[in-house]
Ligand binder design. Sequence first.
Ligand SMILES: [Zn+2]
Length: 241
Amino acid sequence: MPSYDDQTLRQLLDLQREDTAIIRLHERRASLPEARRLQEVQDLVAELEADLDIARKQNDEIAREQSRLEGEIELIDQKAAREDQRMMSGKVANPKELAALQAEIESLKRRRAGIEDQLLDVMVARDAATETVERLDSERSEAQRQKDELSAAVTRLTGDIEAELGGHSGARDEAAAAVPEELLSMYEQIRASKHGVGAAALMGGTCQGCHTKLPAVEAERIRKEKGLQRCDNCRRILIVV
Ligand SMILES: [Zn+2]
């Protein structure tokens, strides 16, 4: 390993600063609270849409049942009107026939009353179903509004991060170009196994990579010896600042 002067070694710290900034930005982009919230709201919208679909189908079914019952009542009314007319017409004189007609009219009235009871239940159910559809629809609109808002926020924040990343990537390439190849590859190797930190400053006798205070003698030796030094504790490249 050739010996490196202070200036060359310090360039490693510039490079490390950019690499650290890039890692932080990647982490920030991957863990935006708005993105997590957006996912939740997206799930909620999908859930509400499915619920709404079911509620609408139920509502339609009840409406069809209501129409069917109303149609039945109409038919009974028409039939009862015809029988009434026959009775009033005086054309039916036979007492047996008249009694049968009377009984038929009574039976129609009873059937009508029964269907009216059913219709009443169906109308109550329809009110409830309509209310459910309206409630779900308004919940869905609100969730959709939040989704749009969060989606815009995520796009904006991601764009800001991308822009920052672009800046740091440029600075990173520039800093890397100033570091000798062999030193750079050593830095990259350490960085790969040390949570992205390959080079750390030695400040006040403490390695800023692992935050361990070096024995005073060791810190003094590093300061005097200069050149390429590594932390005894974390093995990162130590740079005296
Ligand atoms: Zn260390």
